[in-house]
Write a new protein. Structure first.
Ligand SMILES: Nc1ncnc2c1ncn2[C@@H]1O[C@H](COP(=O)(O)OP(=O)(O)OP(=O)(O)O)[C@@H](O)[C@H]1O
Ligand SMILES: [Mg+2]
Length: 252
């Protein structure tokens, strides 16, 4: 059984079909990138999966269960986490407090679904907090107010907050947008690390093709809401239709 499956998923905004009959399958442990030109419907697809948007029709299944009509927080509780929502950071709290809240929320959210995930005590929460800060390289900045972090570190904290929820699926929408080259590099290193050490399943939306081709097991190409190609990085690299028609001759 696939971890995530969308079936004939459609999202219309007025007369515009932003998601057009999308069948997306993500297997456990798989790293999938979604690419496509501006307005192709990448963010819409992510927002349908997190239930921030209601689909017009179609079905979304996570671990075999339909999540199509669930509330966003129910989807989070089942193990879907989205990173890179700046709104997830509390600017006045310290970095550690932010991570702590995420760790506490994770405990609260998941205990009824997965016994093993239940953290029995505050000690466990503190431990998870420190591990999370360590994982995203923010231990030294733990006592700084989150608002004082440089932009790149803020985004790393967001990844930390998403990871503290111990998700089974991590969704990332343009994690390196607006970052300096160094910040981009450290974020990519972090995602690589997450991939290597945690073996986490993720779906990444990213414009930077170098990142996409180095990090993905499989690439799904969207255009005008439709999946026009999918395959391994090598298959997509060699796909002329993708190259010429849909990426405007960008070298892959
Ligand atoms: N809330 C909305 N109301 C109306 N139209 C929307 C809404 N959100 C997105 N759209 C439209 O749906 C289409 C897909 O948008 P979406 O943001 O999913 O594209 P995207 O692939 O993420 O683009 P980008 O690469 O620029 O982030 C676009 O034409 C966009 O204008
Ligand atoms: Mg987008």
């Amino acid at each position: 059984m696939a971890l995530l499956e969308t079936e004939a998923l459609v999202k219309e905004f007025g007369g515009l079909v932003a998601t057009d009959d999308v069948d997306l399958t993500v297997e456990e442990g798989e790293r999938v990138s979604i690419i496509g030109p501006n307005g192709a419907g990448k963010s819409t697809l992510i927002n349908l999966i997190t239930r921030r948007l209601n689909p017009t029709s179609g079905d979304i299944r996570f671990k075999g269960e339909s999540i199509t009509r669930m509330d966003p927080h129910e989807v989070v509780q089942r193990g879907v986490s989205k990173s890179f929502q700046t709104a997830s950071i509390f600017p006045d709290l310290t970095v550690r407090e932010n991570a702590e809240i995420a760790a506490l929320a994770a405990e609260h959210g998941s205990f009824s679904f997965n016994f093993l995930r239940h953290r029995e005590s505050l000690t466990d929460v503190h431990q998870l907090t420190e591990e999370t800060l360590d994982a995203v390289g923010l231990l030294r900045q733990a006592d700084v107010p989150a608002s004082d972090l440089p932009y790149g570190d803020k985004r790393r904290l967001e990844i930390g907050i998403a990871l503290a929820a111990e998700p089974d699926l991590l969704l990332m929408d343009e994690p390196t947008a607006g970052m300096s080259p160094e910040e981009t590099k450290s974020t990519v290193d972090l995602i690589e690390e997450v991939k290597r050490e945690l073996g986490l399943t993720f779906v990444l939306v990213e414009h930077d093709m170098e990142i996409v081709f180095s990090i993905s097991d499989r690439i799904v190409v969207l255009n005008r809401g439709r999946v026009i190609a999918e395959g391994t990085p090598d298959e997509i690299r060699g796909n002329e239709e993708v190259q010429e028609a849909y990426l405007g001759g960008v070298e892959l």
